[in-house]
Design a protein around this ligand. Structure first.
Ligand code: AMP
Length: 232
């Protein structure tokens, strides 16, 4: 399965991408994670991306497309992939189509996660991220698995969880604005190609995964998706 996940920041698509990727045994490829790793490693690409990310803006298409092209040239995408947070602009979507068609491939679906704006803001404001392994938690929906003696939340990998700099309220408002102007046009782009499926992102993590799976497999058996029924 080759999927792209679309939706506003904070809607929970990363969490769903992680879960579905595990069940399908395909890699989840998050451009945001790739940039955060590059920033942590102080690479030239990370330094370039940082100022855009901190301001809530998009990293330029030329940079992101190069990153994705390199990532999709690796062995582990042979059985498919889930792209989380890419494409975010129409030129990125066109570039992806070009990269895949050069390999004789197409996307199976573009999955749009939808929720009212108040819910999105509520989710981002409770979000806690791991600077070490990039796992994401939420103070209510998906609490941190541990805490320090002082009550600070800890990740499953043992690192202290933090609020991402771009999850602070001023930056979130800018990211939502950027989403509406630059990324939302992808909905019509993929609808016109008959690849779009919409998922209601309001509900528990399990409910959303259930909805997601049912939309990806209309009339197809779970064997096709390599998902075991008892696996939910
Ligand atoms: P995310 O973790 O997907 O919310 O991404 C965090 C930030 O990384 C975004 O706000 C952008 O600054 C940058 N970024 C991630 N993916 C892309 C992309 N496909 N195009 C441009 N910028 C991106």
């Amino acid at each position: 399965m080759r999927l792209v996940f679309l939706g506003p920041p904070g809607i929970g698509k990363g969490t769903q991408a992680e879960r579905l990727a595990g069940r399908l045994s395909v890699p989840k490829i998050s451009t945001g994670d790739i940039f955060r790793d590059a920033i942590a490693g102080k690479t030239p690409m990370g330094l370039k991306a940082k100022s855009y990310m901190d301001a809530g803006h998009l990293v330029p298409d030329s940079v992101v497309i190069g990153v994705v092209e390199e990532r999709l040239s690796r062995e582990d995408v042979q059985n498919g992939f889930i792209l989380d947070g890419f494409p975010r602009t129409v030129p990125q979507a066109e570039a992806l189509e070009g990269i895949l068609s050069r390999k004789g491939l197409t996307l199976n679906n573009a999955v749009l996660f939808e929720a009212p704006e108040e819910e999105i803001v509520r989710r981002i404001s409770g979000r806690l991220s791991c600077p070490n392994c990039q796992r994401v938690y939420h103070s209510e929906h998906n609490p941190a698995p541990g805490q320090t003696a002082e009550g600070e939340p800890l990740c499953a990998c043992g690192a202290r969880l933090v609020r991402r700099k771009d999850d602070l309220p001023e930056t979130v408002a800018e990211r939502l604005k950027v989403y509406r102007s630059q990324t939302a046009p992808l909905v019509n782009y993929y609808r016109a190609k008959e690849l779009l499926v919409s998922v209601d992102a309001v509900g528990s993590i399990e409910e959303v995964t259930h909805d997601l799976e049912s939309r990806l497999s209309p009339g197809k058996s779970y064997d096709h998706l390599k998902i075991k029924r008892g696996d939910r």
